[in-house]
Design a protein around this ligand. Structure first.
Ligand code: BV8
Ligand code: ZN
Length: 248
C-alpha cells in the first residue's frame, strides 16, 4: 500500500498545476509496473549469476560479446511484450495540458525503453541510449529495432564491422547532445519530477541538483527513499502508476 498522504498529493498537484516548465527525470522504476525489471532486478533467470554493471560495460562486451548481445536481445524482446503503464499515460497527459496552456514538459530519461514514446510523449533526452536498434562499432550505421532481435550478432551492412547495442555502458561518455539537452532542461525548469531512480548513476544523478540549484521545486515519486530524496520539496512514497495520475 503506498503512503500517498492527501496533504503531500495536494501539494504536489499544486506544484504540477502551477509550473510553466516541468522537467520529468525518469529511471527504471518508471517502467517497473509495465513489467520491465528495474536495472538491479534485471538479472533474473538466465542472467542471475551476472553483474549488470559488468554486462553493461565495454570490458564485458569485449570478453563475451555473444553473452552481452543475448542479454540485450532478451531485453529488447521483453520490451515488445509490455505496454506503457498509467504513470507513462499521466506524464503524456500532463505534457498535452501544459502545451495547451503555453507551458511545456521536457522528458529526460535514463531508460533505454520506448514506453514514454508509446504512451504519446516526446522524449527530449535518452541519456543512456536505447534498446531499439544496434549501432556499428566502426561507422555511423544504426539499425532498425528488428536487428536488435537477431539471434546471432549481426554485421554492419555498410562496413561489415560488428554491431553493438545502442546503449551507453558504464565507463562510456553520454551522448553529448542528450546531455546538453538534459542540462538545459534541468536548468530552465521550475519543477522537476523525479520518478523511479535510485539516483546513484552519474552524471545523470547530478541533474536534480542542477534543477534545485536553479530554483526549481522537486517532486520525487519512489516507493523507497533514494539518494535524491533529500532534494525533494515533496517526496511521494509511492509508485509511478499510483502517484502520477493523482498529481498530474
Ligand atoms: C561516465 C544503459 C564518464 C545500459 C546505463 C564512482 C562515483 C561516481 C561515478 C562513478 C564512480 N565510478 C564510476 C562512475 C561512473 C559511472 C557511475 O555512475 N557508476 C555508479 C554505479 C557508481 N557512470 C558511468 O560510467 C557513466 N559514464 O561517467 O562517463 C567518462 C568520462 C570520460 C571518459 C569515459 C567516461 C555512464 C553510466 C551509464 C550506464 N548505463 N544504462 C543498460 O541499460 O544496460 S545505467 C543503468 O543503470 C540505467 O540506465 C540507469 O541509469 C541505472 C540504474 O539506475 P535506475 O534507473 O535508478 O534503476 P535502479 O534499478 O537503480 O533503481 C530503480 C529505482 O526505482 C529504485 O529506487 C526503486 O525504489 C524505484 N522503483 C521500483 N519500482 C518502482 C520504483 N519507482 C517508482 N515506481 C515503481 N513502480
Ligand atoms: Zn559499419
Amino acid at each position: 500500500m503506498s503512503a500517498l498522504t492527501p496533504d503531500r498529493v495536494a501539494h504536489a498537484a499544486r506544484l504540477a498545476a502551477d509550473a510553466r516548465h516541468v522537467c520529468v527525470f525518469s529511471g527504471a522504476g518508471m517502467s517497473a509496473e509495465s513489467g520491465i525489471p528495474t536495472f538491479r532486478d534485471a538479472l533474473t533467470g538466465l542472467w542471475e549469476n551476472y553483474d549488470p554493471a559488468d554486462l553493461a560495460s565495454p570490458a564485458g562486451w569485449r570478453r563475451d560479446p555473444d553473452l552481452v548481445w543475448g542479454w540485450y536481445r532478451e531485453r529488447a524482446a521483453a520490451l515488445r511484450a509490455v505496454a506503457p503503464n498509467d504513470g507513462h499515460a499521466a506524464i503524456a497527459a500532463l505534457g498535452r495540458r501544459k502545451e495547451r496552456d503555453g507551458g511545456r514538459v521536457s522528458i529526460v530519461t535514463q531508460n533505454v525503453d520506448d514506453l514514454h514514446e508509446r504512451a504519446g510523449s516526446v522524449v527530449d533526452a535518452h541519456l543512456h541510449g536505447s534498446l531499439l536498434g544496434p549501432r556499428c562499432e566502426a561507422c555511423a550505421f544504426r539499425g532498425d529495432p528488428e536487428l536488435s532481435l537477431a539471434i546471432d550478432r549481426p554485421r554492419c551492412p555498410q562496413c561489415a564491422a560488428s554491431l553493438r547495442p545502442d546503449v551507453v555502458w558504464f565507463g562510456e561518455v553520454l551522448p553529448e547532445s542528450a546531455w546538453d539537452t538534459a542540462v538545459a532542461a534541468a536548468s530552465a525548469c521550475d519543477l522537476m519530477i523525479i520518478i523511479g531512480t535510485s539516483g546513484v548513476v552519474h552524471p545523470a544523478a547530478s541533474l536534480p541538483t542542477i534543477a534545485a540549484d536553479s530554483g526549481a521545486s522537486i517532486i520525487e515519486v519512489n516507493p523507497e527513499p533514494s539518494a535524491l530524496t533529500p532534494l525533494a520539496t515533496v517526496y511521494l512514497e509511492s509508485t509511478a502508476a499510483a502517484a502520477l495520475p493523482a498529481i498530474s
